[in-house]
Design a protein around this ligand. Sequence first.
Ligand code: UDP
Length: 228
Amino acid sequence: MKRVLLKLSGEALAGDKKMGFDEPTVIKVAQQVKQLSDAGIEIGIVIGGGNFWRGRSSENIDRTKADQIGMLATVMNCIYVSEIFRSVGMMTQVLTPFECGSFTKLFSKDRANKYFSRGIVTFFAGGTGHPYFSTDTATVLRAIEIEADVILLAKSIDGVYDSDPKSNPNAKKYEEISIQEVIDKRLGVVDLAASILCMENKMPLLVFGLNEENSIVNTVNGVFNGTK
Ligand code: UDP
């Protein structure tokens, strides 16, 4: 793997608190990403916003506005995580699909490529910039655009199951599954729009547990315990 896109959910950043940031969790992620970056792997990052806000968080406000708040939540997450990454010795930049003044830079493929060539870990914040989408869709979209070799989907569970392992103790974990099957069985690894984009563009996905020790580094090094 030369270039990877790592997707972290917002909740994963919050640890047990479920809201906001859990700094020790983020520092652990940073240390792993640094190992990969030091080994010359180009790393793009997308982060969800669920630790602050989701478009469906309020039934009383307009969905487009609610989604704008969600997209801004992902910008806050990326600024925070990128600063933690800097604190462990990485160079970072945050790109958004809309202007955020001097807080971020506007996304373009050329700009992302320039950062990657300089060894800068590049955050794709703000989702797709459009309401009614998710950071899953943004992840697949950016992975395709930047021609990533693979999407690393770091989740709170350690792979794809045939049913929810939290409610069904007999849930079976897949070692390997096609996106078509994920769609047919509505397994919800990523949402439907993202699944279809992934399938149409043959973008490989590796799903694994963020909470497992060193799981990001292990996954890139082929020591894989999740679902392909
Ligand atoms: N969001 C959006 N467009 C995007 C990406 C995100 O409108 O392209 C909003 C949406 O409101 C979403 C929130 O940002 O609920 C947080 O994104 P995330 O993907 O974490 O949300 P989830 O899939 O958990 O709803």
